[in-house]
Design a protein. Structure first.
Length: 560
């Protein structure tokens, strides 16, 4: 960020966004979650991105511009090449007689401004825009994907001497577009007459491109070469990995190829290191839950468990915790399958069944490495469960994941894995159950009025009373759809959390072998919020929609 946290503190207090007492609380929140002060302010709804931009522009004595609300002529937008604009967060948005108006997130880059002035031969006027606004604008004004590839196809037809060059560019562009769209996966699917390309964005697949079928095999071959797979094998499944250098980062990509009826299908998993740079604030954890989790991972022993189905963000939550506790005085070792993201200062082991380096075998070896903190990618069998619990019992902090639907179910699940109930009760510090929901797009969020009777069709009456009180008319939010969110109304994802702190009452129930319903009821009486509770809080704040919360929490929808 262009200003320091100390300068931002002064601005926040001066503009009365928060008082001294509130600022201390926010700073503590930021420290616990490993987030910056500006992120903490946004997450707690104390300031919007727009208002924060206004504050900073005023501090810098520069005019402020909201690019996503400004119509930019295409020829002006192209003054600065997209690669430069993306790298340095700078966009030209107006050209007039007096010169060119340029928006920057870091106006201190005078060398870049001189280059733009020299290139255009015109005077440059600097405006301040937030980095988030610039990134959204780059997405809006980027050339259409299909149009870009149609232009490349002409080069493929004309390229008789060097056929590989256009194909290589097609693959590079495809990955670059997916990365900029924050896609987690690229699907390349052969059809009878075409090759279909789909991006998984915010957990949902979108058709983005269709190319002629005669290019499909050449694109697959290029991917095989990059991932060092056999190019002459077309009837067997192959798995590999490749690395692509982008302007923003070097991107690791996991490759999976399988033969289907119409040819070979490829799925590319984009392992962006930036996607794991989330703090617990970014993930959407509430203050009350954050305090419980912070207390648990600050202990020198015991277990911190993250639970949920595949793709619910469990590993991302663990990585966020590891990032906070990763200090030079600790020896942190992980055993994962696979190691998708490298963390500086942490020893990461790749599980490998071919060499008998299973989670259990690896965990035994790790315990001889004098660790303070151990992350076990997943507790999936009796042997791993037993060793992990014993490690937590003997003075190590153990972090791991489990596949259970809610927090309370994780406790009987461990006893099902032959771990004695008294050991579970004495080692587990906290269980974080979670799901991922789509966030309403900031650029097209609109409010809508609903009645309590409308909500009663889908949500239990006690939940409505708890969160909405006795109001007959309730204001909630939805996304109307815009270019930023590909007209879906959603952009980005956030977590729904259910944090079960293991206290003395819960320990007693565990030793009595109580079922998950009884444990969940007791946790609720002790103050635990369910994922539905967390979802409705986020609905009220305008973070997500009722439909998303119902979809993810699987609440039974009643009919009239």
């Amino acid at each position: 960020m262009i200003i320091t946290d100390d300068q931002l503190k002064v601005l926040v207090l001066k503009n009365k966004l928060v008082d001294e007492k509130g600022l201390i609380k926010i700073l503590e929140y930021a420290k616990n979650s490993g987030a910056s002060l500006d992120d903490a302010l946004r997450e707690n709804n104390l300031v919007s991105d727009e208002n924060l931009g206004l504050l900073i522009a005023d501090f810098l004595k520069l005019p402020f511009i909201i690019l996503t609300k400004t119509s930019i002529p295409p020829e002006v937008f192209r003054i600065i090449p997209e690669r430069i604009a993306r790298k340095y967060k700078v966009i030209a948005f107006t050209r007039a007689k007096e010169g060119i108006k340029v928006a920057m997130s870091d106006p201190r880059n005078t060398e870049l401004l001189q280059l733009i002035s020299k290139k255009t031969g015109e005077r440059i006027f600097i405006y301040y825009a937030t980095e988030r606004d610039i990134n959204n604008t780059l997405r809006i004004y980027r050339k259409d994907l299909q149009k870009t590839f149609n232009e490349l196809l002409q080069k493929v037809d004309q390229s008789k001497s060097s056929e590989e060059a256009p194909i290589a560019k097609i693959v590079d562009l495809l990955i670059n577009y997916a990365y900029q769209d924050k896609a987690s996966d690229i699907h390349i699917e052969p059809e009878e007459k075409n090759s279909l390309f789909r991006f998984r964005i915010d957990g949902v697949l979108h058709d983005v491109l269709s190319l002629p079928k005669n290019l499909h095999d050449r694109i697959i071959s290029r991917i095989k070469v990059l991932s060092r797979l056999r190019t002459d094998e077309h009837l067997a499944a192959q798995d590999g990995k490749m690395r692509i250098k982008l302007d923003e980062e070097t991107l690791d990509i996991r490759v999976s190829i399988i033969p289907i009826a119409d040819g070979e299908k490829v799925v590319l998993r984009l392992l962006s290191s930036q996607s794991r740079q989330f703090s617990l604030i970014d993930l959407g954890m509430r203050q009350e839950d954050l305090e419980k989790v912070t207390k648990a991972f600050n202990k020198s022993y015991g277990m911190v468990l993250s639970t949920g189905p595949t793709g619910s963000g469990k590993s991302t939550t663990i990585y966020a915790i590891l990032k906070i506790i990763n200090t030079r005085d600790k020896n942190i070792t992980t055993i994962e399958d696979p190691v998708e993201y490298k963390i500086k200062g942490i020893n990461q082991i790749q599980a490998n069944t071919k060499t008998n380096l299973t989670f259990a075998a690896g965990l035994r070896s790790v315990l001889r490495q004098d660790p303070n903190v151990i992350f076990v990618g997943e507790i999936r069998d009796v042997e791993t469960a037993g060793i992990a619990v014993n490690a937590a019992l003997t003075g190590h902090l153990v972090l791991s994941t489990l596949h259970t639907n809610d927090a309370a179910t994780a406790l009987p699940r461990l006893t099902d894995m032959k771990v004695e109930p008294f050991l579970v009760a004495s080692t587990v510090n906290i269980i974080v159950a979670q799901r991922l929901i789509r966030k309403i797009c900031d650029m097209c969020r609109t409010s809508i009025d609903v009645t309590q009777s409308d909500l009663l069709k889908n949500i239990p009456a006690d939940m409505i009373k708890k969160h909405f009180g006795l109001k007959k008319d309730i204001i909630i939010y939805k996304g109307s759809g815009c270019k930023v969110c590909h007209f879906t109304g959603y952009a980005g994802r956030v977590g729904l959390f259910e944090v079960l702190e293991v206290n003395n009452k819960i320990r007693k129930l565990i030793t009595e072998k109580a079922n998950s319903d009884i444990i969940s009821k007791q946790a609720g009486e002790d103050g635990m919020s369910t994922m539905l509770d967390d979802g409705l809080v986020k609905v009220i704040k305008g973070v997500t929609s009722i439909e998303e919360v119902l979809r993810v929490t699987k609440v039974e929808i009643l009919t009239e």
